[in-house]
Design a protein around this ligand. Structure first.
Ligand code: DGT
Ligand code: CA
Ligand code: CA
Ligand code: ZN
Length: 575
């Protein structure tokens, strides 16, 4: 388990303890330790091995033991226990913007609140405003926060779903009675959020697998259990559905439970039109059941090329599969390098050299550095002097790398409120590339925000727009902006737009990325990494690109690495 994940767990434990009314010093110890972990210079395992972790300020003796246990086993009984005993309704309240553990504790102690519905009722009857330290404004903010959470439903990020499904899928796959198993549903389609986890397996004895499933350590409550289907709630609060079928039925069930529902309906209609009937267990023709070994054979029987799960949304994939015009979707291996990465010059956790080494370890041949610009004070943005310092450091590293690897000099330059950039033109001209992003003044009117972004997208010194809508999945809506107008401006001036691969952002999303590409905008997949393991988020960016029907040619950072410097320079000259 890596540092950031462990820091996340410690933070969560601190928050859950606060919710339970634990002594504030004890709660703070968790948050302090989490912070200490986030800033660690080296990887955890080596710091445990040479005993330097135990000497790290902010990590006491008891906390040290917990961290070692998490780092080595990936589990901590105390954490699981804490989640088990905190009412799920209260945990759900933490997702409401404007409600922290302290406020929730007051609501619980004073008004007996146990769920979202309770808070809503109390707010609507004005009881929250009367509480000491709350007031009418806070009450309104809390009610707005609840409306936002309700509009999201009980969904989780794809990255969380991946993490939660892993141990379950591993357990199912290693069960002696299991033949094949796969995670299905929105997770397999790589949707940006998931409502629940769907796991399918084939077996001659599904009931034995069900018995083992409901006893897994991650299971908190069994919602339903039968010989071929069960539903449980995990200790994280997420629902997981498990289905067992025979191995003959497996390809049909795999297709059905992968969805989407709209895709399934369209496929079933097609089967009927061709004289078949199709359900979750079988394809039947006029002469009885039709055997298929896998999904590819099922599609073939219906006269279709294999449709990758990411495309199964009934957005034209069936027509394309029939005509043989499905895109050859981009894969992670097509990426030759990436851009928009932070270092400890601004708000990243790792050095230039560490980021470069991590990129090389992941098979990338170049890395675009892009620390924050000077106005981003909260993120330790670079003044002009420090930009020059960083350039020198990059030059020195590049000399060492020779032709084996290259760091590109870039900046994530703030787009100021009027749409101008945060550095003077002479400085911008010294970078290999410029990412332009909005990090302030989120509340402009739609007209002002659109004009601001259009101006940036028309600026010849901008190479690419960063996270163009500013949304944070399940947490914050994007700012008010006419994105079509921004895309048109970018297409006009040859500015690229990123798919920000951070699983909290995925910005552009698949629909907008598809539209932007159709308008002629070149797409770049960037991790927005703030630490070395942030580079792994590229997988999520690739997933968005695939859901946007993109091929390698549609994405800038697939061009051969030995051409990248030249091609970036050309883009800058053309303007
Ligand atoms: P989610 O859970 O909201 O993120 O989305 P899914 O797509 O994972 O939906 P879920 O878990 O309700 O069901 C898994 C798959 O099962 C779904 O993608 C397609 C299939 N399915 C579920 N209900 C229906 C239905 O009423 N009709 C058809 N044709 N397929 C269904
Ligand atoms: Ca699902
Ligand atoms: Ca489901
Ligand atoms: Zn940013």
């Amino acid at each position: 388990m890596d540092c950031n994940r462990i820091a996340g767990i410690l933070n969560e434990m601190g928050t859950l303890l606060e919710l339970g009314g634990e002594n504030p010093f004890r709660c703070r110890a968790y948050h302090t330790a989490a912070q200490a972990l986030e800033g660690l210079p080296r990887d955890l395992v080596s710091m445990i091995a040479d005993d330097s972790l135990s000497a790290t300020p902010g990590i006491g003796e008891a906390m040290y033991k917990k961290i070692v246990q998490l780092a080595t086993t990936g589990r901590l009984g105390e954490y699981e226990e804490l989640k088990r005993k905190t009412p799920p309704g209260l945990i759900a309240l933490l997702r409401v913007p404007g409600l922290g553990p302290k406020k929730i504790k007051v609501l619980r102690d004073e008004l007996g609140i146990r769920s979202l519905a309770d808070v809503k009722a109390a707010g609507e009857s004005g009881k929250i405003a009367d509480l000491k330290g709350f007031g009418a404004r806070t009450q309104t903010k809390i009610l707005e926060g609840i409306a936002f959470v309700e509009s999201m439903g009980e969904r989780i990020l794809l990255s969380s779903a991946d993490r939660l499904v892993q141990p379950i899928l591993a357990a199912v796959r290693t069960h002696p009675k299991v033949i094949r198993a796969e995670a299905c549903g929105s997770l397999r389609r790589r949707a940006e959020t998931c409502g629940d986890l769907d796991v399918l397996f084939s077996s001659d004895d599904p009931e034995a697998v069900m018995d083992a499933f409901v006893k897994l350590p991650d299971v908190a409550t069994v919602l339903a259990k039968g010989p071929t289907r069960s539903s449980v709630r995990l200790i994280d609060g997420v629902q997981c559905d498990l289905r067992g079928v025979s191995d003959t039925e497996y390809p049909f069930a795999l297709h059905y439970f992968t969805g989407s529902k709209q895709h399934n309906i369209a496929i079933r209609r097609r089967a009927i039109e061709r004289g078949f009937s199709l359900n979750e267990y079988a394809l039947s023709g006029p002469h009885g059941p039709v055997q298929c070994r896998d999904e590819a054979e099922l599609f073939a029987k219906l006269g279709l090329a294999y449709i990758p799960p990411e495309l199964r949304e009934d957005h034209g994939e069936i027509e394309a599969a029939e005509a043989g015009t499905l895109p050859k979707l981009i894969t992670r291996d097509d990426l030759t390098g990436t851009f928009h990465c932070h270092t400890d010059y601004s708000d990243g956790a790792n050095t230039l050299a560490e980021m470069a080494a991590a990129a090389q370890a992941r098979g990338l041949h170049y890395l675009g550095i892009a620390d924050h610009s000077r106005s981003a004070r909260y993120a330790n943005g670079l003044d002009i002097g420090r930009v020059h310092e960083q350039w020198k450091a990059i030059d020195a590293l590049n000399k060492k790398f020779g032709s084996s690897f290259h760091l590109f000099k870039g900046t994530e330059c703030d787009i100021l409120a009027d749409g101008s950039l945060d550095y003077p033109d002479e400085l911008l001209d010294g970078f290999d590339y410029v990412v332009a992003s909005v990090h302030s003044h989120f509340h402009l009117s739609q007209e002002e925000m659109t004009a601001r972004l259009v101006r940036a997208a028309s600026n010849p010194r901008v190479t690419m727009l960063g996270h163009p809508t500013g949304r944070l999945l399940l947490a914050r809506e994007g700012y008010a902006v006419d994105l079509s107008a921004v895309i048109d401006a970018a297409a006009q001036s040859g500015v690229m737009i990123e798919i920000n691969a951070n699983p909290h952002r995925l910005d552009l999303d698949a629909n907008w990325a598809r539209r932007a590409r159709a308008k002629g905008v070149m797409i770049v997949i960037n991790p927005d990494a703030h630490a070395t393991d942030g580079l792994d988020d590229l997988d999520y960016g690739v997933a968005v690109a695939r859901r946007a029907w993109l091929e390698a040619n549609d994405v800038w950072n697939t061009i051969p690495s030995n051409q990248m410097a030249k091609r970036l320079a050309e883009r800058r000259r053309v303007r």
